[in-house]
Write a protein that binds this ligand. Sequence first.
Ligand code: AMP
Length: 175
Amino acid sequence: MNLREYVKDVPGFPQPGIMFRDVTPMLQSPDAFGEVTKCLAKPFWPERTDNLCVVGIEARGFIFAAALAREYRAGFVPVRKAGKLPRRTIKECYSLEYRESDVLEIHEDAVRPGQPVLVVDDVLATGGTAIAACKLLKKLGAHLLGCTFVIELEGLGGRASLRAMHVPIHSVIKY
Ligand code: AMP
């Protein structure tokens, strides 16, 4: 199956100069959604899964991370934009491809020290978002198994930046 066919390019969204990679067609197709879920997990699938937690980054990361968590009987943890989580959180500032900076948060009791976690998002662009998520998880003492993305925009250097986190990186579709 060619998953690339299920990504639509939207030039100039959400602002001029950005080529937005829209994954909603991939979600509309049960076959493509199922296939991408398997591809996201492939390099990381651990033998023991009792304790595994899949971390999804708001917003589209939630969709893929939750599917992965259900498919592999793991827990799901959201990393959200500032002010959305109701209980005590820790925070991390980050910069974006098409916005200056933002804050990500996670509940301070979301992950136990040493717990294996897999971080999921739809797109790896500059890497700022994923780095912030990894920093949050490291602060909580999580064992980072890896970061996995549906799409990697290779020209934006996200993989090189994310290497600073010393975490295995995987992407399903590269542009
Ligand atoms: P970055 O922090 O620069 O790696 O940006 C990654 C985050 O921004 C992901 O959560 C994506 O959802 C979103 N994003 C960045 N660039 C794009 C793009 N060209 N198309 C779709 N989403 C994008």
